[in-house]
Ligand binder design. Structure first.
Ligand SMILES: O=c1ccn([C@H]2C[C@H](O)[C@@H](COP(=O)(O)OP(=O)(O)OP(=O)(O)O)O2)c(=O)[nH]1
Ligand SMILES: [Mg+2]
Length: 158
């Protein structure tokens, strides 16, 4: 028997290609255990971002998640972020389950040197995550908890 757990059934997401060139570049999981699928830059020409510059970049993909129990996250790629300072202008992109528009990536060069993005380069990753929607219930007092209202380091450093 293998130690590898059997993968759970994968939700199926409806995807529209907004540009035919994307057909050759459909996102997928690089390995069995990958958490994210890489998203590519739909650019007509290389795009050079000066230090501090932030641009909205097309992906050419629309994904309708449909299930309110799921959401998409757009996250930076570690290599681009750490080595080149290429991260997201909104830090994290949150994709609502009812969003049907094109996935857009806010690309921010937080580094010190210009960086050139090439057409169809993988520049961010899309992660599907479970979501729980809550009902807010107004109360006058909470049941006591050990932490109470202590925050921002109230439990000490070590
Ligand atoms: O990096 C991102 C972030 C968001 N979106 C899309 C999907 C998301 O469902 C929608 C709205 O995002 P959000 O709610 O974060 O932005 P907002 O500024 O609150 O806009 P809205 O008033 O449309 O909710 O924009 C992207 O394509 N890329
Ligand atoms: Mg919003």
């Amino acid at each position: 028997m293998s130690d590898t757990p059997r993968p759970a059934a994968r939700p199926r997401l409806a995807v529209k290609l907004l540009d035919e060139r994307l057909r050759d570049y459909l996102p997928g999981y690089a390995t069995d255990g990958s958490a994210g699928m890489d998203l590519r830059a739909l650019l007509e020409a290389p795009l050079t971002l000066a230090p501090g510059q932030c641009e909205l970049v097309r992906t050419g993909l629309a994904i309708h998640i449909a299930d309110p129990g799921l959401a998409g996250l757009i996250l930076p790629r570690s290599g681009l972020g750490h080595k080149h300072g290429i991260v997201l202008g909104n830090l994290v992109g949150l994709i609502d389950s009812d969003y049907q528009g094109e996935l857009m990536i806010s690309v921010w060069n937080r580094g010190q040197a210009p960086f050139t993005l090439e057409p169809f380069e993988r520049l961010a990753q899309y992660v599907l995550v479970p979501v729980v929607q809550a009902e807010l219930e107004l109360v006058d007092d909470f049941d006591a908890s050990r932490r109470g209202a202590g925050g921002f380091g109230s439990s000490g450093r070590h």
